[in-house]
Design a protein around this ligand. Structure first.
Ligand SMILES: C[S@@+](CC[C@H](N)C(=O)[O-])C[C@H]1O[C@@H](n2cnc3c(N)ncnc32)[C@H](O)[C@@H]1O
Length: 272
């Protein structure tokens, strides 16, 4: 079984998670692309590559930041690319996107030199990320930038101490479950970037913090993430934790809570 088969075709809740994540993190992602544009003010950006594009969070953010650019969106999952293209068509952006279905574990496709390469929450999926990083480096145009983003942890929503630390135990169980098929999750990315020949320019945190009471999209994000715990971690949680999670996810229960917040942090490395 391939390590990324967890992202099976048509995993609707994963697409929802990615789209909701794009919504709640939009200001921070826009700030990051603005920062890239500032660093690239002397370098025309015409060709962009989005590695493991998913539903297109990075693709769309980069298309609007770099109006003369086209983006090649690479993903191994047809359902993700179909979703991305449907959104592109709705926004009249299809002619600026080249979708490319490719499993980067099987080798590097024939790709044009890129002024910006973006890899958000995708490098840890690769079987051999060091090889993919070397290929990315060889594909980056002189003067171009590579932006790599990895989640530090799953987002948190519950008040500290809720149900005696239920969310901590869910996060720990989710990490343990992921570690079984994603051995590179949380690895030493700066060391790997250097080993692949990159010069690191910057290490930034991308932090999303939304206070209580959460707006609708953040509440939907909370119920989707907590619902995934309920659906996938049952065997790793105690009966008491399962009951607490069931209780929390009863219809109407989450949306009635005035005390939920959203906290999530990603690491961003900018390299050339
Ligand atoms: C967690 S999602 C991130 C999506 C998007 N970059 C974002 O930030 O929302 C990871 C994506 O990487 C893709 N992916 C995983 N392994 C891959 C591989 N070997 N080759 C190409 N894409 C891959 C998955 O299909 C998925 O869409």
């Amino acid at each position: 079984m391939h390590h990324h088969e967890a992202h099976s075709h048509g995993d609707q809740t994963l697409k929802n998670v990615l789209d909701l994540d794009a919504e709640v993190a939009r200001p921070q992602i826009e700030a990051l692309t603005a920062h890239l544009a500032d660093r690239l003010r002397d370098h025309p950006v015409r060709t962009v590559l989005d590695i493991g594009a998913g539903t297109g969070t990075g693709t769309f953010a980069l298309l609007s930041r770099f109006p003369s650019a086209t983006v090649t969106a690479v993903d191994t999952d047809d359902a993700m690319l179909d979703h991305l293209l449907a959104v592109a068509a709705r926004h009249d952006l299809a002619d600026r996107i080249t979708p490319l279905r490719a499993d980067l574990d099987e080798g590097w496709p024939d790709l044009p030199r890129a002024d910006v390469i973006w890899a958000s929450s995708s490098m840890h999926h690769m079987a051999d990320p060091d090889r993919v990083l070397r290929d990315i480096r060889a594909t980056l145009a002189p003067g171009g930038l590579f932006a790599m983003i990895e989640m530090e942890d799953m987002p948190r929503f519950l008040p500290p101490g809720f149900a005696d630390g239920l969310e901590d135990r869910c996060l720990a169980a989710a990490s343990a479950a992921k570690a079984e098929h994603l051995p590179h999750l949380g690895s030493d990315w700066p060391a790997r970037l250097t080993a692949a020949g990159f010069t690191q320019l910057e290490d930034r945190a991308l932090t999303v913090e939304i206070p209580a009471p959460l707006p609708g999209n953040a509440l939907r994000y909370a119920s989707t993430i907590l619902g995934r715990y309920q659906a996938t971690l049952a065997g790793r949680l105690t009966p008491a934790d399962r009951a607490a999670l069931d209780d929390l996810l009863r219809p109407g229960s989450l949306t009635a809570r005035p005390d939920l917040t959203l906290r999530s942090t990603r690491d961003v490395w900018i390299a050339r």
